[in-house]
Design a protein around this ligand. Structure first.
Ligand SMILES: [Zn+2]
Length: 416
């Protein structure tokens, strides 16, 4: 297996210019992007990407989920392709780099191979997965989920957005329904380059995150039932206060996560207070506890603790408590051989690096079910993402792409 010479680098200016060019499509209101999946802007972004792929001599296939696969041929017709990709769709108030860096980074890998006249044994396929974000059509990572057999195509086609528009109709409307069966492609390996979306690499002053695991998660939806009552005229000893039970449960979730350090997080991002009136004690409170860990045993232990403690806390206050699991991902262990190759590439190129766990979900978490997969991460300013102010430097983008280039080229096996 041949690896590229250590002096070889991608073209930082070309990568950066492509990122800036793509960011002009579907501009946000505060300097970022609103290029949500299956909107006209998404269609326009796809056309731009396709034009770049055509210019690089790639042949683009599209599957029935609208996922784009741009292929550079290898020298061995029987060798399975190495895939490299991410997503071009964004949050409604998204940044310029979340996902886009992975797709255009993959394209830059190919442009660099073309510049250098390097042939590989395995084909290389740059991929743009449809609807990674899940902001318009839940759930997130929808197309890669169908690809990996997690969801059926029918399930995906019937997802609706907040306006009642249907995924399958919208995919047709923007003209990107392909003819390929979803998941028919077999992968030699899958690489995804992504901004960290957290503050660790910047705080540790590292250029490269070597991603070893993806976190598993549980979303536990609690419904607390108290008694609606006047906040002024109800004596303290006669209250059945669902809001107070909620507050105590939040403290408990914090403690469970702290008791399981390191490698565990827990919190609440969504609360519905009912009736949500200034002078009424809530009769009902519904909230979702989000707990995550890269270790299955720890994740299960945390769930058990939260589910045992919450009813006990509620009961002390006379509050009713029920719980339903409304979301789950298993933790992901990325392929050790590919992880080691990413680390070795960073080392060889002289870039500072550290192991990191992906705190967010990514398409690579689904492809890991059907192919050896891993990720490369670069820092982002203040760990900010899913925010129009999301920012990275050209140097960070280039360093991660250099590592991607070396790891992908080695896996695709350079032909001497
Ligand atoms: Zn992303």
């Amino acid at each position: 297996m041949a690896a590229p010479g250590e002096n070889l680098r991608i073209n930082p200016d070309r990568l950066w210019d492509s990122l800036m060019e793509m960011a002009k499509i579907g501009p946000g209101i505060a300097g970022g992007n609103n290029r949500q999946t299956l909107t006209d802007a998404d269609g326009e972004g796809r056309h731009l990407f396709k034009r770049w792929c055509d210019a690089a001599g790639l042949k683009t296939g599209i599957d029935k989920m609208g996922t784009m696969f741009a292929r550079r041929e290898g020298t061995d017709p029987d060798a399975l392709p190495v895939y490299v990709g991410s997503h071009l769709d964004t949050q409604p108030t998204g940044g310029k780099y979340d996902g886009v860096l992975g797709v255009l980074g993959g394209l830059e890998v190919i442009r660099t191979l073309n510049d250098l006249g390097i042939k590989t044994k395995h084909p290389i396929v740059v991929t743009n997965w449809t609807n990674e974000e899940g902001a318009r059509f839940a759930p997130a990572m929808l197309a890669s989920g169908v690809f990996a057999g997690v969801h059926t195509l029918d399930y995906a086609y019937l997802r609706t957005d907040p306006d009642g528009k249907i995924f399958g109709d919208e995919l047709k409307r923007i003209g990107w329904v392909g003819d390929e069966e979803v998941g028919a492609r077999k992968m030699h390996a899958y690489f995804e380059y992504h901004i960290e979306q957290g503050p660790i690499l910047e705080a540790e002053n590292k250029q490269i995150g070597v991603v070893t695991h993806g976190q598993g998660l549980w979303w536990l939806e609690f419904t607390l039932t108290g008694k609606e009552a006047h906040t002024g005229s109800t004596p303290m000893n006669m209250r059945v206060n669902a809001g107070l039970a909620m507050a105590r449960i939040f403290e408990m979730v914090q403690k469970v996560a702290m008791d399981n350090q390191p490698g565990a997080v827990g919190g609440v991002g969504q609360v519905k207070f009912s009736p949500n009136s200034r002078n009424v004690l809530p009769g009902t409170v519904v909230f979702t506890v989000d707990i995550r860990s890269p270790e299955q045993a720890k994740l299960d232990r945390m769930r058990a603790a939260v589910e045992a403690e919450a009813p006990r806390i509620a009961k002390e206050l006379g509050v009713g408590c029920s719980v339903e699991a409304v979301g789950h991902f298993d933790p992901v262990t990325f392929d050790p051989t590919l992880v080691a190759r990413v680390r070795a590439a960073a080392e060889k190129l002289g870039y500072s690096h550290m192991n990191i766990i992906s705190g967010a979900g990514h398409d690579a978490c689904w492809t890991a079910r059907v192919a050896p997969s891993t990720m490369v991460m670069c820092p982002c300013v203040d760990g900010l993402s899913h925010n129009e102010a999301e920012d990275i430097s050209k140097e960070w983008a280039a360093a991660g792409c250099d590592v991607l280039f070396h790891a992908v080229a080695e896996t695709a096996e350079i032909v001497e």
